[in-house]
Design a protein around this ligand. Sequence first.
Ligand code: NAI
Ligand code: NA
Length: 396
Amino acid sequence: MIIEPRMRGFICLTAHPEGCRQNVKNQIAYIQSKGTIQGAKKVLVIGASTGFGLASRITSAFGSGAATIGVFFEKEPSAGKTATPGWYNSAAFEEEAQKAGLYAKSINGDAFSNEVKHEVVDMIRADLGQVDLVIYSLASPVRKDPNSGELFRSVLKPIGSTFTNKTVDFHTGKVSEISIEPCSGDDIENTIKVMGGEDWAMWMDALKEAGVLAPNALTVAYSYIGPELTEAVYRKGTIGRAKDHLEATAFEITESLKDLGGKAYVSVNKALVTQASSAIPVIPLYISLLYKTMKEKGIHEGCIEQIQRLFSERLYTEGLVATDEKGRIRIDDLEMREDVQAKVTELWKDATTETLAALGDLEGYRTDFYQLFGFDVADVNYDADTEEVVKINSIG
Ligand code: NAI
Ligand code: NA
């Protein structure tokens, strides 16, 4: 079968197995090129199939020789339909891990459910005994409360007043003004319910109660802050409230892990092209200007570079884990550098449909977007018939 990208709005309906495999291989090669990290040896990654979670799994396995269990929610291939990229990524990851003699198993299911938590606990018990690192990297628009069965939806809206600013359609390059109405009703509570820290705490409680957390175990969840430009729709909007909640939950988890000597951290990461961030208005324009600026300064990073730095320069160093005044790990330090932000703000003022191609890195944005789905990846022969992808070993 020859697979081509099929776009609908801001999403791509197809994914390319060989391109996804090459993406995973490239990330593995990057980690191997950076040398060993004295990190955790048994790692659970929740949200392990794409983005920062996949990078965390790759860094653990190929940077520290860790056994990994990955949890994600992806569609496997079916008649006439490709799988979702995260499914192909995970199949490729498992294959590469096995070749390297590393334990790797995956659970494809709803991480918010009690069932998946039980499955993971059983798998750790049976295969690993305990884990010493838990990465929490879910991004989801919905969450079903596992106890009440109620479905909650998150929204990406400003709070209090309408927000008007520029945005770009990265497919056409058209810059236009957009107004986003403020949230209403239960939007804030619902967004906190989905993207806040409740489920993270439930995971850590379940793991601790089952006795599958090793002494001094660490857990890390990912957050974002970003600049003033995007504040109204991100950090001071509904999603920002959820991130506030996630960050506060880290302290509660640390408290509950005290007797084990365990600790919970939130790491604030850089803005990157993912399926989730492409759907937020204003953010793609910001990212295209940010990419241009950071590439020019030679400090651009993708997910794998970010997580490699998180593990080697923050989490697993000789000294204490460096944090900001709110206890957060910052690997968004380069994005937030004064000279970077000053430049982006200046470019922002001048960005129009006519100027953006020169001012911003629209091309880089598009390439990253296509690569999320395994397209536009160097060294992949897209004219060749794709072979059947092996089943992920632990999935029925
Ligand atoms: P992503 O969309 O690439 O990854 C999300 C992961 O969650 C995937 O593995 C997916 O399968 C899994 N998932 C979603 N719903 C699930 C469910 N119900 N059960 C099991 N697995 C489920 O997202 P990305 O961008 O890597 O985001 C991860 C975290 O990093 C999020 O908390 C996000 O806010 C944060 N972050 C993202 C930034 C960005 O610019 N993309 C910047 C800073 C932080
Ligand atoms: Na992720």
